[in-house]
Design a protein around this ligand. Structure first.
Ligand code: HEM
Ligand SMILES: *[C@@H]1O[C@H](CO)[C@@H](O)[C@H](O)[C@H]1NC(C)=O
Ligand SMILES: *[C@@H]1O[C@H](CO)[C@@H](O)[C@H](O)[C@H]1NC(C)=O
Ligand SMILES: *[C@@H]1O[C@H](CO)[C@@H](O)[C@H](O)[C@H]1NC(C)=O
Ligand SMILES: *[C@@H]1O[C@H](CO)[C@@H](O)[C@H](O)[C@H]1NC(C)=O
Ligand SMILES: *[C@@H]1O[C@H](CO)[C@@H](O)[C@H](O)[C@H]1NC(C)=O
Ligand SMILES: *[C@@H]1O[C@H](CO)[C@@H](O)[C@H](O)[C@H]1NC(C)=O
Ligand SMILES: *[C@@H]1O[C@H](CO)[C@@H](O)[C@H](O)[C@H]1NC(C)=O
Ligand SMILES: *[C@@H]1O[C@H](CO)[C@@H](O)[C@H](O)[C@H]1NC(C)=O
Ligand SMILES: *[C@@H]1O[C@H](CO)[C@@H](O)[C@H](O)[C@H]1NC(C)=O
Ligand SMILES: *[C@@H]1O[C@H](CO)[C@@H](O)[C@H](O)[C@H]1NC(C)=O
Ligand SMILES: *[C@@H]1O[C@H](CO)[C@@H](O)[C@H](O)[C@H]1NC(C)=O
Ligand SMILES: *[C@@H]1O[C@H](CO)[C@@H](O)[C@H](O)[C@H]1NC(C)=O
Length: 346
């Protein structure tokens, strides 16, 4: 009798751990109101400072948040360097010699640590930096939901499977669905290609002998094709940078979508959103191209959706964004104490 009561309690406790472990408390815009009230200004001024030397950094920081959130949720895993227990996601094919902004995040983290030691996660700094970047480039502003924990592992294998510019819509749609995002999020978040750069190697296959057809990609505007052909000659340097948005390269606006109407999407994965016949993304492209307000409203919602992708395992407030804390194996839930994470923070 006592035994089965114990078993029942144990079963309930395990169920509780199963349901709660890793599921972070509800994110909230006021998470740091009492512990770090100025954190969003500190992050925003760090981004502004970086921008004064490097216009492109606004795009780079926005992308960094995307590549963080798709791997183990938004947990700062992309910021981790190599360690004895895992390989850095920075070396995965979609990231290597491509994602950038790590030094800027380090510098912002150090300002945040000075103001509020061991309080703000690197994952939340990335979320705030992405919002500040979009807004500083002319895009919308929003209240960023906060309270994420930093993950304890990186996963280079998962990072290798990030959305690829060579994926079909079906592939992209599946990769978004795998993290709880739908085709509205796909077409909306792709609008982040309204700023920033892409290297020739990510689209030069469209310029000649596309998909073994011995012709360029038929969905590529021939005038734009000639321009890109100059920048990216076949067999040339694949790392040359090109504007993702030929119209307003550094401004966050809806020109990405009007470019698609002109068959001037740079990546195959961009143009497909309009040019795949029958795709459910097409009406969104048309709407966003004609109505920037609709795009901005949808973008805010989809950034919040992406920012809600949960960390499946335990987390902590990392002190150095590049490394897990040295005591983290006994500190799975940010607070000291080995009570299996069954504490008030859940
Ligand atoms: C839909 C699937 C996506 C694919 C296939 C994709 C692919 C790419 C590629 C290939 C580049 C160029 C990288 C380089 O040349 O080194 C790039 C750049 C960029 N991506 Fe995406 N992307 C996708 C979605 C997103 C999302 C969801 C965001 C953010 C919300 C985003 C933001 C950016 C930005 C801002 C840049 C420019 C970065 C810079 O200049 O440093 N992308 N993307
Ligand atoms: C948190 O601070 C912001 C900005 O100061 C304020 O607008 C908001 O009402 C505060 N929220 C709470 C729950 O105190
Ligand atoms: C908040 O941070 C900003 C940027 O770092 C700074 O200019 C401002 O003085 C800070 N405000 C307070 C109350 O600490
Ligand atoms: C300015 O930005 C460039 C990249 O565009 C970077 O290489 C350089 O280190 C930056 N300089 C400073 C002082 O941050
Ligand atoms: C990370 O570790 C891997 C495997 O040990 C190594 O090949 C790679 O060069 C390292 N990356 C960095 C940036 O040190
Ligand atoms: C890393 O991600 C892959 C899938 O992309 C998964 O199969 C694997 O279990 C993950 N590894 C860890 C340590 O979580
Ligand atoms: C794309 O999807 C197809 C069909 O579902 C699948 O066979 C293929 O392996 C996927 N390719 C990539 C790169 O994910
Ligand atoms: C995506 O989900 C949102 C709700 O979160 C919904 O309004 C929208 O219609 C969905 N989009 C598609 C294409 O199913
Ligand atoms: C590439 O060619 C294959 C085989 O002909 C075809 O099924 C596929 O749809 C083509 N892909 C694109 C993006 O045109
Ligand atoms: C094009 O053909 C080459 C040689 O037959 C093959 O290796 C390659 O995979 C093909 N590429 C595509 C996109 O179908
Ligand atoms: C692309 O550039 C090459 C020279 O690099 C030239 O021979 C070819 O005609 C160009 N094609 C187009 C479509 O502009
Ligand atoms: C190609 O681009 C030009 C200039 O942006 C535009 O006027 C034209 O309509 C586009 N052509 C097609 C087929 O979309
Ligand atoms: C543009 O989109 C907004 C937000 O969805 C909507 O309220 C507005 O009526 C739209 N404007 C036009 C001209 O359709």
């Amino acid at each position: 009798m006592a035994c089965s009561t114990t078993s029942l309690l144990l079963a309930l406790a395990l169920l509780f751990v199963y349901l709660c472990h890793g599921s972070q408390a509800q994110l909230s815009p006021s998470f740091y109101n009492s512990t770090c009230p100025n954190v969003s200004s500190i992050v925003s001024s760090g981004v502004q400072q970086a921008q004064s030397n490097d216009t492109r950094i606004l795009a780079s920081l926005t992308r960094l948040f995307f590549h963080d959130c798709f791997i183990n949720g938004c947990d700062g895993s992309i910021l981790l360097d190599n360690s004895t227990s895992f390989q850095t996601e920075k070396d995965a094919v979609p990231n290597k010699n491509s994602v950038r902004g790590f030094e800027v995040i380090d510098s912002i983290k150090s300002s945040v640590e000075s103001a509020c030691p061991q309080t703000v996660s690197c994952a939340d700094i990335l979320a705030l930096a992405a919002e500040a970047s979009v807004n500083l480039a002319g895009g919308p502003s929003w209240s960023v939901l906060l309270g994420r924990k930093d993950g304890l592992v990186a996963n280079i294998t998962a990072a290798g499977n990030l959305p690829s510019p060579f994926d079909t819509i079906a592939n992209l749609s599946a990769k978004f669905a795998a993290v709880g995002l739908n085709d509205t999020d796909l077409v909306t978040l792709s609008g982040a290609h309204t700023f920033g750069r892409a290297q020739c190697k990510f689209f030069s296959g469209r310029l000649a002998n596309f998909n073994n057809t011995s012709s360029p990609d038929p969905t590529l505007n021939t005038t734009y094709l000639a321009v890109l052909n100059q920048s990216c000659p076949q067999g040339g340097n694949g790392s040359v940078l090109n504007n993702l948005d030929l119209t307003t390269p550094d401004t966050f606006d809806n020109k990405y979508y009007s470019n698609l109407l002109n068959h001037e999407g740079l990546l195959q994965s961009d143009q497909e959103l309009l040019s795949t016949s029958g795709a459910d993304t097409v009406p969104f492209v048309n709407n966003f191209a004609s109505n920037q307000t609709a795009f901005f409203e949808s973008f805010v919602q989809s950034m919040i959706n992406m920012g809600n992708i949960p960390l499946p395992g335990g987390g902590e407030i990392r002190i150095n964004c590049r490394q897990v804390n040295t005591n983290s194996s006994v500190n799975l839930d940010s607070k000291a104490g080995g009570d299996m994470g069954l504490d008030a923070s859940m």
